[in-house]
Structure formats: structure tokens, C-alpha cells
Design a protein around this ligand. Structure first.
Ligand code: GLP
Length: 261
């Protein structure tokens, strides 16, 4: 795991965007993994800006979303599929059918989950997966206690996540769906490069357990310690509880330029 501590969310966004632009130059038909939540929003803005400046094209790329609420109507603004379209997909040159997400309106949810895992496999797997982390350590919607080998499936949100996400539903926790579909931790771990972004003091404990704690289903992000290419981009506040922060800063400051992220 490479931990990079950067001054602010804008620098984190620019650093992640650099990795995605470099991937698309190398492989224009790359498969991206898209995340929702507030953490990737600055990254999406940065990618849109680079696209508008003619520096990066998504025309041949594909994308898979991490997760989706169960049962939100197709036109609900907080349905993750709509959030991603608004924040990113509709603002770049991704083909209309290039973005797929788990179908939270499927009549047979387990079958939709299995089909989704298969669609990711059929596309050749995800090249670069964008990730955030919940304050309780969840990755996508893999809440504490999730199987570390899990595949895409139905999950029930914790009361902590419901309360964290109520801000997207006018502050009304009762409006947040109880159930979600999420890529499993095993599914996510198959992506070839994981880029996780976290900012702010509210994430410091989850980041501490993810990076320096034991690998445990109680802190699902800790599974990233087993990934051969995981990059964790943090601001000072999110890194506040890291024991080896000085070492991570030293390593990044001395990183050979050719290495990339
Ligand atoms: C949400 C999403 C996750 C996201 C996390 C943190 O519930 N399902 O993919 O990483 O919670 O969200 P935020 O970035 O808004 O703090």
C-alpha cells in the first residue's frame, strides 16, 4: 500500500486525475471503477476540466460503478446511477452505454448481482478503481463484518452510514434506503489498481485501521493491505492518526519520477 499525504483535496484530485489520464493515454479502452460519495467529486471536476482542455478522452473507455441503493425510483436524484451521470459521465465523452451499475430496481436482486460481477469479468476487469472510505471503515457499501471474499450482493446499511448519508436526502435519515447493492470486497480486490481518497478528521480513525491496523472484517478497508497496487491519497486531517506519517511523507518526497502512482 502506498500512502501519499497531500496538502488539500485539490492536490489529491489532481494526483488521482494524473493517474487516470496516464492510464487512458496508455490504454484508451481502459475500464474505470467509479465511486460515489463526496470524496471523488473534486476528482471528477478535475477530469472534466482536463477533458474540456483536450488532454484526456473517455470515448473508448468503459466504467463500472461500485454500488447502488435498492428501490430508489429511476429518476431519483440520489440514485447513484444519476449521481454519477450528473457528477461525471454526462460531462465527458463517455459513450452513452459505457457506464454500468448494479440494478437496484431489479425484480431478482441476487441474479442482478451475479450478472453484474459477470459483466465486470466480461469487460476484462477494472483497470483503476476509485474508492472512498466511510467513517466506519466501509468500502463501497461493504459495512463492518462484510466477508473479505464477498462478491456483489445485497447489504443492509448500518445506522452510522444511514446517518452519514442523510445529508444527501435533505437531512432525513428516514429517507435513506436501508438496503443497497454493492460490489463485494473480493470483487473490488480484483481491480488492478485501487486509488482511495480520504479527507478530513472524520476519516482519521478509519484510515488508521485501514493502513496500520490488523486486517479484519471489522474495518473492511484494511483488506487493501493485501492488494498489490493500492494507493491511498490523504490530506493532513485524514492522516492525523497514522503512526508512520513521517515515513510516508519521506518516501513520497523521494519517489523516483518514473514510478508514477
Ligand atoms: C458512501 C459510498 C462509499 C463512499 C463512502 C464515503 O456511502 N457508498 O462509496 O466511499 O460512503 O462517502 P464520502 O466520500 O461522502 O465521505
Amino acid at each position: 500500500m502506498e500512502v501519499v499525504i497531500l496538502p488539500d483535496a485539490q492536490t489529491i484530485a489532481a494526483t488521482a486525475a494524473g493517474a487516470i489520464a496516464e492510464l487512458l493515454h496508455r490504454r484508451p479502452d481502459a475500464v474505470l471503477g467509479l465511486a460515489t460519495g463526496s470524496s471523488p467529486l473534486a476528482l471528477y471536476d478535475e477530469l472534466v476540466a482536463r477533458h474540456q482542455a483536450g488532454q484526456v478522452s473517455f470515448a473508448r473507455a468503459k466504467a463500472f460503478m461500485l454500488d447502488e441503493y435498492v428501490g430508489l425510483p429511476a429518476d431519483h436524484p440520489e440514485r447513484y446511477r444519476n449521481v454519477i451521470d450528473r457528477a461525471f459521465a454526462s460531462r465527458v465523452d463517455l459513450a452513452p452505454d459505457a457506464v454500468q451499475g448494479p440494478d437496484g430496481l431489479a425484480a431478482d436482486l441476487p441474479a442482478a448481482c451475479a450478472a453484474y460481477d459477470q459483466a465486470i469479468r466480461d469487460a476484462g476487469g477494472v483497470d483503476l478503481q476509485i474508492l472512498g472510505i466511510g467513517s466506519d471503515g466501509h468500502i463501497a457499501f461493504n459495512e463492518p463484518g462484510s466477508s473479505l471474499a464477498s462478491r456483489t450482493r445485497v447489504k443492509t446499511l448500518t445506522t452510522q452510514t444511514i446517518s452519514d448519508n442523510a445529508r444527501f436526502f435533505g437531512g432525513d435519515a428516514a429517507a435513506v434506503p436501508r438496503h443497497v447493492l454493492t460490489q463485494g470486497l473480493g470483487t473490488i480486490m480484483e481491480a488492478r489498481h485501487l486509488v482511495l481518497m480520504a479527507t478530513g478528521r472524520a476519516k482519521a480513525e478509519a484510515v488508521h485501521h485501514m493502513v496500520e491496523g490488523g486486517v479484519t472484517a471489522m474495518w473492511p478497508g484494511s483488506l487493501l493491505q493485501f492488494h498489490p497496487h493500492a494507493t491511498v491519497l490523504l490530506d493532513d486531517a485524514a492522516a492525523a492518526r497514522l503512526q508512520l506519517a513521517g515515513y510516508y511523507r519521506h518516501t513520497y518526497a523521494n519517489k523516483p519520477a518514473w514510478q508514477g502512482l
